[in-house]
Design a protein around this ligand. Structure first.
Ligand code: NAD
Length: 294
């Protein structure tokens, strides 16, 4: 299949490489020369514009930084330039309203489109083990599923247009809040004189457990290997967590949902990122919550 791939950064680079490995002809475009060079090394054909890349494509996949860019790329260069038979799949994390608007514009011009954001970081993108949550009509999801399955371990139909984005931000609002709650609990446990591995052994098997604790413990040397063990480098950047929390707050405001814990998590990540830690893993926020050395 001829698949145009737009946005081959940290995530898109590995995803496109997995489509190549599965035998597809991947037509790549990115504004960054280094991203295109990496795409070429992994077997993609590279182009100098979105319009060129989408020519003759049977599917278009995008993995871009934000909603404004996604809207610009689709309305200016994909819609009206890719064949109308091409299935459009946006995997970026963006706001629900923009996702719905772009999908409506695409449908109006005769295209099928799904929003399919991902859970899982750069390592999962490289390994082809992402989780996709997709929004769109059932028939369009059925066309997208086999393509997404080549890049992920799970592909779930979340509902109508925009539902993938909705599921993603609700999930990450839980993640942001549980990470902070886990960090606070470990700090308190330490000040109360508990051995932190012992506290992990208890709480990870008790009602306080969550993914933030059992799979991604924010304390160095406690629990499974996680970014905490490498000085909070790599992993899921705090700046991206803040982006997702901001999207969740926007969505909550427009839907009239009360999210006081999510709002507090957003404030705390805003402060953490504002202090210059946006590039470090989001579990590093533990260092800003207390005076303990980590
Ligand atoms: P990134 O910045 O590494 O990659 C984005 C790429 O898009 C860059 O290479 C950039 O040059 C390119 N780009 C920007 N504008 C463009 C345009 N107009 N045309 C073509 N290319 C353009 O970001 P990333 O980490 O790969 O994240 C991509 C998306 O995936 C984001 O929406 C992010 O929220 C989401 N996401 C990221 C992670 C993660 O761990 N990095 C996890 C889940 C979801």
């Amino acid at each position: 299949m001829k698949i145009a791939f737009i946005g081959l950064g940290n995530m898109g680079g590995g995803m496109a490489a997995n489509l190549v490995k599965a035998g597809h002809e991947v037509r790549a475009f990115d504004l960054a020369a280094e991203a295109l060079a990496r795409a070429q090394d992994s077997g993609c054909a590279v182009f100098t514009s979105v319009r060129e890349a989408v020519q003759g494509a049977e599917a278009v996949v995008s993995m871009l930084p934000n909603g404004a860019i996604v809207e610009q790329v689709y309305t200016a260069d994909v819609i009206g330039h890719a064949p109308t038979t091409a299935l459009l799949i946006d995997c970026s994390t963006i706001d629900v309203a923009t996702a719905r608007r772009v999908e409506e514009a695409a449908r109006g011009a005769g295209y099928a489109m799904v929003d399919a954001p991902v859970s899982g970081g750069i390592a999962a993108a490289n390994a082809g083990t992402l989780t996709f949550m997709a929004g769109g009509e059932a028939a369009d999801f059925a066309r997208a599923e086999p393509i997404l399955a080549l890049m992920g371990k799970a592909v779930i139909h979340a509902g109508a247009s925009g539902a993938g984005q909705a599921a993603k931000i609700c999930n990450n609002m839980i993640l942001g809040a549980t990470m902070i709650a886990t960090c606070e609990a470990f700090n308190l446990a330490e000040k109360l004189g508990l051995d932190l591995q012992t506290f992990f052994d208890i709480s990870s098997k008790a009602s306080g457990q969550s993914w933030s604790m059992t799979a991604y413990c924010p304390v160095p040397g406690v629990g499974p290997q996680s970014p905490a063990d490498g000085g909070y480098q790599g992993g899921f950047a705090a700046a991206l967590m803040l982006k997702d929390l901001k999207l969740a707050m926007e969505a909550a405001a427009s839907a009239g949902a009360k999210v006081p814990m999510g709002a507090r998590a957003e404030e705390l990540y805003e402060a953490y990122v504002g202090a210059g830690s946006g590039g470090t893993d989001f579990s590093g926020i533990i260092r800003s919550l207390d005076d303990l050395a980590r």
